[in-house]
Ligand binder design. Sequence first.
Ligand code: AHM
Ligand code: MG
Length: 287
Amino acid sequence: MSEVVDRVLDVVAETAPEVREGLVGRREYETSENPSGEQMLAADRYADQLLEERLLAIDGVASYASEERADVVHAEGSSADAYHVAVDPLDGSSNLKSNNAMGTIVGVYDEPLPARGEHLVAGAYVLYGPITTMTAAVHEEVTEYVIDDGERRVDREGVTVPDDPTVYGFGGRVPDWTDDVERFVREEIESDDSIKLRYGGAMIADVNQVVTYGGVFSYPELQSAPEGKLRVQFEGNPIGYIIESAGGKSSNGEQSLLSVEPTELHQRTPVYVGTTSLIERLEAALA
Ligand code: AHM
Ligand code: MG
């Protein structure tokens, strides 16, 4: 297992500088939509193609699924105990227009997709910020790497989500929040003068603030979209796995994101992740 996971993380690190450099000149929208009905950028497609080709070439990877393609792509002749990789090639790509942060998300599952997050053996995200970093959870240990010239160099081992919440970011339009979500934000977060708003429109960048400072990131249930916006396989599960491995908590409002039973590859879910005590209070408020 470890060699395949290591190789996946190496390939993602090797590819990250190319994804980053490829952003230049790929800011325009394409005519086609992704399977979630969202417009794709040339940059989304470019990152997806690079990652598909390279991850499927790894001995021990049986299949590749991505937010940008309708169906799972299978490797030829892989063994029954091989792994299944789910990728959001360019998370937060609408930030490209305004030149703000974005990420790449990867989940390595030991079951064919769609699968519950409990079948993850590793989760990782690359953050294209001022520095390109990768945060990876393997064997429930979280490590932050700096990616330099396609190599990952350990920057911080044993990463944990701080116990004292400092930042929060909730997606969706406030008038579209449900009453329970709005009440929780008003009464339990905004009334606490040690917590401040941080919302940048790219989950990875916002989640990395929560991992760094403590707090909560959410794309919640909405009145117009009870399942929210983010997808179970590509976003909710890998981020839930990383946050839980770092001692935080993930939830769909009722239970751990990792326990959600998916019936469709592109299924959506409300996402609440962060400092354990805050997510526990949130689950109580939404119950
Ligand atoms: P994407 O994967 O298509 O980029 O969509 C997911 C992104 C998240 O990174 C982010 O949290 C959310 O969409 C932002 O949505 P909004 O623009 O509605 O705030
Ligand atoms: Mg995404």
